[in-house]
Design a protein around this ligand. Structure first.
Ligand code: LLP
Length: 436
């Protein structure tokens, strides 16, 4: 994170708050969000894409009421993809007209809640949904703005599970297969739906721009065809080209994501060029970053509990450093073989470094936080370890596996900390029980 410093006594402070103080006050494991980092990434996004673009923060990366208020105050829009995300956003006072609803299988109640709240647009994903949404909007007596989500046949350079725009997957309407044109026709036929743009999302943790370029080109070609087919009048209000999320971040010192301003400038340039090529006016670009806003500025603070040394084939040694959380608060290493970086943060150590694996406390051996790292040889029980860049898809994908309680989340800013999500308790676990 940008605001991490090490005091003279060797204790790391986050935005001026010593980690030892955070651990003592809130316990561990603990998610610590640097509020200025988060907010400044919102502003960087808005600045980079320019005043005419729309930046939607993708809630799935991490959402709670306080985050929704930061997003609101920074002037961004918000993507939600479930009734739950919608409810949290609305509860926090997020303006409905700046909310977009996503999902490949939105339920009728989710559509009803969104329409009733007055969300800005719904990104429709199937013919069933077009029919359902038309009925819901009709019953509510409103005309609902929609984007049509298309698949553009791009496989982003990323982990297989998180590439979403190639054809063999559950999301969106295939352009190549003609489904996208069919979807546009259905939306035009629907009296209570108004098509305002096209959407694609090609994947996540992407460092290359080529995939976005192909996506923009194919969506604009589709738009060109649609104008020719349905006429300029009926298509006049289609102005948004939503390129989804996916901007990658640095998890390890060796990761080298492209600088945001450069990436955004290139994207804007290529969209303008592709629009010109298709003989179209320049569309309004929308993007939906989740990870790039929420990821970098958060660390997870763990306390070390036990140490175990193992001799490997060939005589090398590995030290297992167990911390008090694990795959319930960060499933990404187990799910995607994701790599993270960590530091001993409660003190400095002059000891030599040993090969280490940081593991959690869950009852399975795949419960790894960091597969291969170095730790000072004297790191041990009671020490605090911070794992970097855990703001996206860690808390939001957390579980209660082994009936662990979810960690607390605190925000730090200007030397002060405050709780934004309290730690779960055993009472929370028991609250779901049905008593005899
Ligand atoms: N928009 C749509 C329609 C999406 O499906 C996603 C992510 C985003 C935006 C935000 O993408 P981002 O900018 O955060 O890359 N759990 C995985 C990531 C799954 C992303 C799913 N969709 C992970 O932990 O890496």
């Amino acid at each position: 994170p940008r605001n991490a410093t090490r005091d003279d006594d060797g204790v790391v402070a986050l935005a001026g708050v010593p980690v030892t103080e955070l651990a003592a006050r809130y316990g561990t494991p603990l998610f610590v969000i640097d509020e200025d980092d988060f907010r400044s990434r919102c502003r960087d996004m808005v600045r980079a894409f320019g005043p005419n673009a729309r930046v939607h923060y993708a809630s799935k990366a991490f959402l709670c009421g306080e985050i929704a208020r930061w997003i609101r105050d920074e002037g961004l829009s918000l993507d939600v993809c479930s009734g739950g995300e919608l409810a949290v956003a609305l509860h926090a006072g997020f303006p409905a007209e700046r909310i977009a609803l996503h999902g490949n299988n939105k339920s009728v109640p989710e559509l009803e809640a969104s329409v009733a709240a007055g969300v800005g647009h719904v990104v429709v994903d199937s013919l069933y949904e077009i029919e359902r949404l038309e009925a819901v909007a009709g019953a509510a007596g409103v005309v609902q703005d929609v984007l049509v989500r298309v698949t553009v046949g791009v496989e982003a350079h990323t982990h297989e599970y998180i590439s979403t725009a190639h054809e063999d997957q559950k999301f969106g309407f295939s352009i190549a297969g003609g489904d996208a044109m069919e979807a546009l026709a259905r939306v035009f036929e629907a009296d209570n739906l108004r098509l305002v743009g096209l959407h694609s999302h090609i994947g996540s943790q992407i460092f290359e721009i080529d995939g976005f370029e192909i996506a923009a080109r194919r969506m604009l070609a589709l738009l060109r065809e649609a104008i020719d087919k349905f006429g300029i009048e009926r298509t006049a209000q289609i102005s948004t080209l939503d390129l989804g999320g996916g901007l990658g971040i640095s998890y390890l010192p060796s990761d080298n994501p492209p600088p945001l301003d450069e990436f955004a400038a290139k994207l804007r340039g290529l969209v303008a060029a592709e629009a010109a090529r298709a003989g179209l006016p320049e569309p309004t670009i929308a993007v939906e970053p989740g990870r790039a806003i929420a990821g970098p500025g958060t660390v997870t603070l763990y306390e070390v509990g036990t140490i175990k040394d193992v001799e490997l084939d060939g005589g090398a040694r590995r030290r297992y450093v167990s911390v008090d959380g694990g795959m319930s608060d960060n499933i990404r290493p187990a799910l995607y073989q994701a790599d993270y970086d960590c530091r001993l943060v409660s003190r400095t150590s002059g000891a030599h470094a040993v090969v280490a694996r940081v593991v959690g406390k869950h009852c399975e051996s795949g419960d790894i936080v960091i597969r291969d790292t170095w730790m000072p040889a004297d790191a041990g029980p009671g020490d605090l370890v911070a794992v970097a860049a855990t703001g996206a898809y860690c808390y939001s994908m957390s579980s209660r596996y082994n009936q662990l309680t979810r960690p607390a989340v605190v925000a730090v800013r200007d030397g002060a900390s405050r709780l934004i999500l309290r730690r779960e308790t055993v009472a929370d676990l028991l609250s779901l029980e049905v008593e005899e």
